[in-house]
Ligand binder design. Structure first.
Ligand code: AG3
Length: 284
C-alpha cells in the first residue's frame, strides 16, 4: 500500500493513503502530485506539502474569500496571488458585484493539473470572463502595478519555502499597500499557530505586515488537512475594521456556503490566549 507523508516537524508526520497516484511532474518551480483516496477524494500536493483536498477545501476557500468580502461590499477589483487550484477564484466569482479578478500564479503546471484533476475547485478559472489569469511571479507583478489599483488582495500561497518565499517579504507587503485603494484589504494565509516551523513563519510575516498596515488582525479556521488543523489568516487593511457593521448585510448576497456564516465571521477573530500571545509578541 502507498502512502503520501507530510512532515510537520522532527517529531510528527502525517500520512494519507494513496489509492491512485493520478499525476506527477517536476515543473520549473516545484514537484506537483495529485493523489486520490476514498476519504479525501483527489488531493493536490506540492513539494510534498498538502495543498488541497476535494473533501475539505471549502473551509479554506470560503474563509479566505468571504471574510474580506463581507467587510466591504464595494470590492470591485481583486488581485489573487498564487491560488493555482482555482478555489479562491471560484468563491470570488460568486459575487456579481466584482468587476475584475486578476490571478497571478507563477506555475502554469499547477493550474493545468487542477483543471484536469480538480474540476470542482478549478471550474471558474476558464469560464468566468472577469478572470484574467496570468502566469507570472506575484512579487514582480505587485512591484510593477500602479498605485490604487485594487480593493482586495488575497495571497493564497504555499508555505514560505520555495517559490512562495518572497510573498512573505517586506517589499512585497509594501507594494501591496501601495497598490491597494483607500478601503483596501490584504488577506494572506498565515500558517498554523501550533508547530514551531509554522509559528516562526507566522511571526515573521506578522511582524512585517504590522510595520506597514495600520490594521492587522488574525482569524482562524479549522482545516483538517493542514498542520494541527488550526489555521490562521491575516486580515490587514488601510482603514477597514474586520468586525464592522457591513458584515450582517452579507446575507443579502444569498451565497450558499458550507462553512462561512456571519456569526462565525465574528467568532473567528476571537483567538485562544496562546495565539494572542504569539501575535502580540510578533507585533514589536
Ligand atoms: N495554500 C496554503 C497551503 C499551506 C499548507 N501548508 C501545509 N500543508 N504545510 C493552499 C492553496 C489552496 N488554494
Amino acid at each position: 500500500m502507498n502512502w503520501f507523508t507530510e512532515k510537520y516537524d522532527e517529531n510528527v508526520k502525517i500520512s494519507y493513503k494513496v489509492d491512485k497516484h493520478l499525476f506527477h511532474t517536476q515543473s520549473k518551480f516545484q514537484t506537483i502530485d495529485v493523489y486520490n483516496n476514498d476519504l479525501f477524494g483527489n488531493y493536490l500536493v506540492i513539494d510534498d506539502i498538502m495543498m488541497v483536498t476535494e473533501k475539505d477545501e471549502f473551509i479554506y476557500h470560503e474563509m479566505i474569500t468571504h471574510v474580506p468580502m463581507a467587510c466591504n461590499p464595494n470590492i470591485k477589483d481583486v488581485l489573487v496571488i498564487g491560488a493555482g487550484d482555482g478555489g479562491t477564484v471560484r468563491e470570488l466569482c460568486r459575487y456579481e458585484s466584482i468587476n475584475s479578478i486578476t490571478m497571478v500564479e507563477i506555475d502554469e503546471e499547477v493550474v493545468n493539473a487542477s483543471i484536469k484533476f480538480l474540476p470542482t475547485i478549478s471550474k471558474s478559472l476558464k469560464t468566468d470572463s472577469r478572470v484574467n489569469l496570468l502566469f507570472k511571479d506575484g512579487i514582480d507583478f505587485v512591484k510593477n502595478s500602479s498605485n490604487n489599483s485594487y480593493d482586495l488582495i488575497i495571497v493564497d500561497s504555499t508555505d514560505p519555502i520555495g517559490p512562495g518565499e518572497g510573498l512573505f517579504s517586506i517589499e512585497f507587503y509594501e507594494n501591496c499597500y501601495r497598490i491597494l485603494r483607500e478601503n483596501g484589504i490584504l488577506v494572506n494565509q498565515s500558517e498554523s499557530p501550533y508547530y514551531p516551523f509554522n509559528i516562526k513563519e507566522l511571526k515573521r510575516s506578522c511582524n512585517k505586515i504590522n510595520k506597514i498596515f495600520p490594521i492587522l488582525n488574525y482569524y482562524q479556521a479549522f482545516i483538517p488537512t493542514y498542520p494541527s488543523g488550526h489555521w490562521l489568516f491575516g486580515f490587514a487593511s488601510k482603514s477597514v475594521n474586520p468586525l464592522n457593521e457591513n458584515i450582517d448585510n452579507w446575507n443579502k448576497n444569498n451565497i450558499d456556503t458550507k462553512y462561512y456564516n456571519t456569526e462565525l465571521h465574528r467568532g473567528s477573530f476571537a483567538l485562544p490566549n496562546y495565539v494572542k500571545e504569539i501575535i502580540k509578541s510578533s507585533k514589536i
